[in-house]
Design a protein. Structure first.
Length: 238
């Protein structure tokens, strides 16, 4: 099944984190010797940050990429879309125009005037605004992921992808393994970013993180594609 451009970009980004781990493995001991701790901290800290940043960018880009396929829906069919999509598109489009988009540089009130006019026109024309759905808040946690997908009418994401995840992961998992593991990876990034300390991060943890994020993103990609296909079919065949 073809993947999104966002997923291809994610794989490229994760390969950079993998290269950092290769350097670690090639040149340094595990655990690192005293004189190796600084470069190892740099490599592992960078890898942990890069993995989460790549996942966050994937979420933003994938959601926008898939939702852009709904922007050509005729206005006469717009009412057939789920309430969550229509409500979130309208309210956030106006809100971001008035207050500024969380993903863009701040603007003065005068600079926002064209944005406000454009936002009002989108709402009046019944046009889906993909950028109204991709705010991760700089924290792609399990709750953020759940809410992002719920906003586009994808409910119970963890239950939906569970069987597919187990198949790709290759081992049995606990009921809350997927959200718990995602939060563990994100919190590890937070710890590095706020303490500048990566000594407690192991190679195996980072290797697992890369594998987890790639599997999770692939399944999210599949769900997003399926949802948009369902919605496109629905509005074409009322």
């Amino acid at each position: 099944m073809p993947k999104s451009a966002a997923f291809s970009e994610l794989k490229d980004s994760l390969s950079i984190a993998q290269e950092l781990l290769k350097i670690d493995k090639t040149y340094y001991s595990d655990p690192p010797k005293t004189h190796e701790q600084k470069p190892v901290q740099g490599l592992r800290g960078a890898a942990s940050v890069f993995v989460v940043a790549a996942f966050e960018r994937y979420l933003r880009n994938a959601i926008e990429e898939y939702l852009s396929k709904l922007t050509t829906i005729p206005s006469t069919m717009y009412h057939l879309l789920p309430d969550d999509i229509r409500i979130n598109s309208a309210f956030r489009t106006l809100d971001y125009a008035m207050k500024g988009s969380p993903n863009k540089p701040s603007k003065t009130k005068k600079e926002r005037l064209p944005d406000i006019k454009g936002a009002c026109q989108k709402v009046l024309d019944d046009v889906v605004n993909p950028t109204a759905f991709n705010n991760t808040g700089g924290n792609p946690s399990s709750v953020t992921l759940k809410n992002l997908l719920k906003d586009i009418d994808v409910n119970d994401i963890y239950g939906t992808i569970r069987s597919g995840f187990i198949s790709k992961w290759g081992d049995p998992i606990a009921q809350t393994f997927i959200p718990d593991k995602l939060d563990e990876i994100v919190q590890r990034r937070h710890y590095v970013a706020h303490t500048a300390n990566a000594l407690n991060i192991s190679r195996s943890q980072l290797k697992e993180s890369i594998r987890f994020i790639q599997i999770l993103s692939e399944l999210i990609d599949r769900i997003l594609k399926k949802k948009i296909q369902e919605l496109s079919t629905m509005v074409k065949s009322p």
